[in-house]
Design a protein around this ligand. Structure first.
Ligand SMILES: [Zn+2]
Length: 231
């Protein structure tokens, strides 16, 4: 009985010893962290941030090893801000405010955005560059970022720069389009099998005044021959 128990404990110890308790090598570099010493308590280490020279204590071994942390907080903020060199631009400002109203419950506009389930998609939330690559430069100071479908989040294909005039027009006509006597929202038409252009293109055509110029015909739902969808 006793020996069996002892054997069991021995096996358990061996397993823990093999997988759970490893040490980081002193002097090794992970990201910008240079491991300086193992601290006497817990699984934490003291490291030097080689980007700025600051010594930081109490960093979890797990976080260093798996590179959940790669440098000190100050350097991390600095590198996110400066890598794209656009932190003082209107586009960056737009990006910050978009995330704030969707994901910060203390923001004054949260109720109309995050509170209604409107989010900023993960890839844009994590990276200003991804957002900027998708939407491009803000055409004029009068332009603001607009969601094409008001019930859909900030995500690729649902966002464009627009002026107040276009936004108000979109809101006031609520994007209803009548074709052959059938009235549907633009989202519904985009889902129609006869529609061979993207939801986004359909919205853009309507926002540009396609209905006034061409009327609501099925050409609205097919790739343009007139070169009207230049962007
Ligand atoms: Zn640093």
């Amino acid at each position: 009985m006793r020996s069996k128990f002892g054997l069991f404990m021995g096996t358990l110890k061996l397993q823990v010893g093999m997988s759970g308790t490893f040490d980081l090598e002193i002097g090794k570099v992970y990201g910008a962290w240079l491991v300086q010493k193992k601290l006497s308590y817990g699984q934490k280490y003291q490291c030097l941030c080689t980007a700025c020279g600051q010594v930081v204590k109490n960093i979890r071994k797990y976080d260093i090893y798996h590179q959940k942390t790669r440098m000190c907080k100050k350097c991390s903020v600095q590198s996110t801000k400066s890598s794209h060199g656009m932190s003082d631009t209107p586009e960056y400002n737009t990006w910050v405010h978009m995330i704030q109203r969707c994901h910060n419950p203390n923001n004054k506009d949260y109720a109309r955005y995050g509170g209604r389930g409107i989010e900023v998609c993960d890839i844009w939330r994590e990276s200003f560059e991804s957002f900027y690559m998708c939407v491009g430069p803000k055409p004029t100071p009068e332009h603001t970022i607009e969601r094409l479908d008001y019930n859909v989040s900030y995500e690729p294909g649902n966002v464009t720069w627009a002026t107040r005039t276009v936004q108000n027009r979109n809101k006031s006509d609520n994007q209803k389009v009548t074709v052959d006597g059938v009235t549907k929202s633009v989202s519904q038409w985009a889902a129609d099998p006869r529609c061979t252009v993207s939801h986004f293109t359909l919205y853009k055509r309507i926002a540009r005044g396609w209905l006034e110029e061409h009327g609501a015909e099925f050409t609205l739902f097919s790739p343009s021959q007139a070169g009207l969808d230049v962007d």
